[in-house]
Design a protein around this ligand. Structure first.
Ligand code: BEZ
Ligand code: FE
Length: 295
């Protein structure tokens, strides 16, 4: 094909990829090309701007490694992560809502028994977390696999500390027979997402702040139920209405009750002020399989 011009190029590119074997890949790439071309036409993209965009994406790639995922930060701050989460987590009324995964989950975090301290030395005021995992009709879900992870009071996840090994402020546990669970950790504080790279520069140029309201991450899995990836947010946080990654749902905001030094829920004496948090997670049943039975 010769003499491709600004009017013909979109259809010509689409025709060139029309033989793609995978129908879903073809559908997705058709839409990508259409929307990219429409965007360039819409803003009359200059060559200089296009090159700046390429340079920006190159910078995003260069700063990304196994500890720093700038592409996820980019997706999160553009609202794409939350949009994909919303599209893929339409649940019946009453189920706990999902929110963004974020870049700081780590597989194979240590396993804890109920009552143990997942902070494992992470800096912060003690927090005693309890809750239940149930289905929509209130049925307790025992033995659910619960992953929890959070930043410390300086706003950093353990993996952000260079040269330090070991899990702090993260771990897994199992719900008990009645669906309940409890553990000790530290009180969540608001923190800025990493903003010393290209995404931070983008936020600054757009007049946006990088802060996330205080939250605790959870991922909960149980046979027969959909996996839930969510957070619990701390009521009263100043960033609840301007989360840098658009992840706040009203139903996920909970009261972190402050307590003066004294006896904690586990009976131990705490010499500093501490907080308590209680939250019930309601999981959605997996769709029935073709044979009609539910797994
Ligand atoms: C987080 O909550 O861990 C997070 C989410 C999105 C971007 C950065 C951090
Ligand atoms: Fe977080």
């Amino acid at each position: 094909m010769r003499n491709v011009d600004e009017d013909s190029i979109t259809q010509i590119v689409l025709a060139r990829q029309a033989q793609a074997q995978d129908p879903r890949l073809k559908q997705v790439m058709t839409s990508v090309v259409q929307h990219l071309h429409a965007f360039a036409r819409d803003v009359e993209l200059t060559e200089e701007e296009w090159f700046k965009g390429i340079q920006f994406l190159t910078d995003v790639g260069h700063i990304t490694d196994d500890k720093r995922q700038e592409f996820i930060l980019l997706s999160d701050t553009l609202g794409l992560s939350m949009l994909v989460t919303a599209l893929n987590n339409r649940k019946p009324e009453g189920c706990t809502e999902a929110t963004v995964f974020g870049p700081f989950f780590v597989e194979h975090a240590p396993h804890y028994e109920n009552g143990e301290d997942v902070a494992n030395g992470a800096k912060g005021e003690p927090c005693f977390v309890s809750g239940r995992v149930t289905g929509l009709t209130g049925e307790p879900i025992p033995n659910a696999h619960i992953e929890v992870w959070q930043a410390d009071s300086d706003g950093f996840y353990d993996v952000q500390y260079q040269g330090e090994e070991g899990s702090k402020g993260r771990g897994s546990l199992r719900s008990l027979e009645d669906g309940s669970f409890h553990f000790r950790s530290i009180t969540a504080e608001s923190y800025p997402i990493p903003h010393d790279g290209p995404v931070g520069r983008m936020l600054k140029a757009l007049g946006r702040h990088p802060w996330r309201p205080a939250h605790l991450h959870f991922m909960i899995e149980a046979p027969g139920y959909e996996r839930l990836i969510t957070h619990v947010f701390r009521d009263g946080d100043r960033y609840l209405d301007s989360d840098a990654v658009f992840g706040v749902r009203s139903s996920l905001i909970a009261d972190w009750r402050r307590h003066e030094p004294g006896v904690a829920p586990d009976g131990s004496r705490v010499e500093t002020s501490f907080s308590t948090l209680s939250f019930t997670f309601i999981l959605n049943r997996e769709a029935a399989t073709e044979g009609g039975d539910k797994r």
